[in-house]
Write a protein that binds this ligand. Structure first.
Ligand code: URP
Ligand code: ZN
Ligand code: ZN
Ligand code: ZN
Length: 479
């Protein structure tokens, strides 16, 4: 029986190994890994001689077509967002279905499944965002949805429209524990931010750069500590998303050293941007880099690199939150004269994530190729219940692959990208790698041009993730 595709002479890298081989693909899956498939034939062949082949990226933190409620509109929907992801070497994305206060979780999921319907070019799973944890939501809807494959959800400790109070977080965590779901926490201290913002605005400090002053590291440190304490009390694993620097990392390191299952994610903006990216004067241009937590400084960039290298971080995702700079519905939705607290939070990055880390991390000598694969793909597959279908180059896994082009100068410009945002925070950076070919279930979706039909992407129901399972009770609580 012939293969549909053979990729010959690949230098395969997985999260644990590196080996030369040919990859035989049949029905969208990896059917054979062997040193010499030259006697076999295939309908299609790709010669990858001299090239590294990694698993396709899993971008486990992206916002697509998400309702914001403040007048701004996300620039990427499931079509442009997944196209951009594919062109940057990702073959799976996990966007969010965000519950509105007063809305049922089921209605939120149906809404986002409609937004995704016949649009995605690559496969996707969906995280929930829980903003209204009523009894019915927690004890009826959530267990049902988890059983249907929505096995991870995000909780916010800040943003008035999204945040839960500590009592609600404890109750929600206890349901995650009972049902074996992975909880992602946005850890920033809401009241500290509100108080600082009021003080800054009273002093006339309204330019975009004061966004960073309103969310200093201690605000993230305090919330991270509180999140860890609540997770310890309930005895449930958690994942702290978009960690920006040293202070939050110290809390996570401490928790991990106690044997607590506290996982952590970081993002490109904390490696390549600083608070100075939000502007050194009062110009509105800095709005392009407003995201939360804000990027810090050069010393913290190095600390983040250390955490990627030493295993503190499990996941490297983009937190792609796409808002246009110009136009009536993005960063300028309330005009250019508006105070920093009225500017939409978030930056684009789904397409640049993989190349930034391969170029500056692997080729820059900071992490190994295996660590790159773990951080951009394998660990996310395990943490969110997609492994081993996704996240590995193994027999039976989906043929989701990246064939790398290395050693050639790649100058980042927004024109080369395929998102629907009118800027990239990384414009002007010089990289030494970019995906040459991205394959999704054996189909070319990027080879210098975007390929693959709109709507070919499949919804991926997730298993209950093994890292979310509670093995033994550490504390004696009257639960
Ligand atoms: O500023 C950010 N990160 N916006 C996206 C939403 C979130 O909190 O992840
Ligand atoms: Zn064909
Ligand atoms: Zn967040
Ligand atoms: Zn986010």
């Amino acid at each position: 029986q012939p293969f549909d595709l053979i990729i010959r002479n690949a230098n395969v890298v997985t999260a644990s190994d590196s080996f030369p081989c040919d990859i035989g693909v049949r029905d969208g899956r990896i059917a054979t890994l062997a040193l010499a498939l030259e006697l076999k034939s295939a309908r299609h062949e790709i010669d990858a001689a001299g090239r590294t082949v990694t698993p396709g990226g899993i971008d486990s933190h992206v916002h697509l077509d998400q309702a914001t409620g403040d007048g701004s509109i996300m620039a990427d929907d499931f079509e442009s967002g997944t196209r951009s992801a594919a062109c940057g070497g990702s073959t799976t994305v996990i966007p969010f279905a965000c519950q509105l206060k007063g809305q049922s979780l089921r209605a939120a999921v149906d809404d986002y499944q409609r937004r995704a319907y016949e649009k995605a070019l690559i496969d996707f799973a969906i995280h929930l965002i829980i903003t209204d944890p009523t009894e019915d939501v927690l004890y009826r809807e959530l267990p049902e949805l988890i059983a249907e494959g929505y096995t991870s959800f995000k909780i916010y400790m800040t943003y008035d429209a999204l945040k839960l109070d500590d009592r609600q977080i404890l109750e929600t965590l206890s349901v995650a524990r009972a049902e074996g779901a992975m909880v992602m926490l946005h850890a920033e201290s809401s009241d500290c931010i509100a108080w600082l913002t009021e003080r800054l605005l009273a002093a006339g400090h309204k330019a975009p750069r004061y966004h960073a002053s309103s969310r200093p590291m201690l605000v993230e440190r305090e919330a991270t500590h509180r999140a860890i304490a609540m997770a310890e009390l309930v005895d449930v694993p958690i994942l702290i998303v978009h960690v920006s620097g040293r202070e939050a990392m110290e809390q996570i390191r401490w928790a991990q050293s106690q044997g607590l299952k506290v996982y952590a994610e970081t993002c490109p903006q904390y490696l390549f941007l600083t608070a100075d990216s939000l502007g050194s004067d009062n110009s509105f241009d800095g709005a392009k880099c407003i995201c939360s937590p804000p990027p810090r400084d050069a010393a913290n960039q190095q600390v983040i690199w250390n955490g990627l290298e030493n295993g503190l971080f499990e996941v490297f995702s983009s937190d792609h939150a796409p808002f246009r700079f110009d136009g009536p519905d993005g960063k300028k939705a309330h005009g250019e004269d508006v105070s920093f607290d009225k500017i939409a939070n978030g930056i684009p990055g789904v397409e640049t994530r993989m190349a930034l880390l391969w170029s500056e991390g692997v080729r820059g000598g900071r992490i190994t190729p295996q660590q790159f694969v773990a951080l951009t793909s394998t660990n996310a597959a395990k943490i969110y219940g997609l492994y081993p279908r996704k996240g590995s180059i193994a027999i039976g896994a989906d043929a989701d692959l990246v064939i790398w082009d290395e050693g050639r100068a790649v100058h980042i410009s927004n024109e080369m990208l395929h998102h629907n945002v009118d800027y990239t925070p990384y414009a002007g950076m010089q990289l030494s790698a970019w995906p040459a070919i991205t394959l999704s279930r054996g189909e070319v979706v990027w080879d210098g041009e975007p390929r693959g039909a709109v709507g070919r992407g499949q919804f991926l129901p997730c298993d209950s993730p093994a890292p979310a399972q509670v093995r033994r009770r550490k504390t004696e609580l009257p639960l």
